[in-house]
Structures are given as C-alpha cells and as structure tokens.
Design a binder for this molecule. Sequence first.
Ligand SMILES: [Zn+2]
Length: 75
Amino acid sequence: MANAHAQFEPDEQKAILAQAAAGEKPLCPRDGTPMTRRSIGGGSFGLGYARRREWLICPECRRSLIFDLRRGTRN
Ligand SMILES: [Zn+2]
C-alpha cells in the first residue's frame, strides 16, 4: 500500500457521501474506519456561499474525497 494519494472508487464515494448526507459519521468502505471531517474554506462569513465543503479523510488508508454539503432542502 504505497499509493500516497489513492482515490475511492465511484461506488465507494457514493456510499460515503450518502452516509455524510444522512448526517451519519462516514465509515471508510475499505477498512471500516470512521473518517475525519475537515471543513474547507471555513471562516469566510458574509460571502454568500450557499454551500460549504468538507474534506473526508480516512486516517487508516489515507484515501480522501471532497464532500459538497448543500443547504436549502433541510435546516
Ligand atoms: Zn480507509
């Protein structure tokens, strides 16, 4: 396992995003490790962003993906 920036497969990404969108803590589909969430571009208030992004990282296998957290359908 020497890949420094491995990516999730599309199906794996879907599973992770579904969990995150449901408000659950996403688990890495590869090893079942709870993934770390990091906000991207946080601290920029007043810019009118309708969504915010989070970076989901598996601390075990180091795979990661960007999660667009859209707002509007739920509060
Ligand atoms: Zn993992």
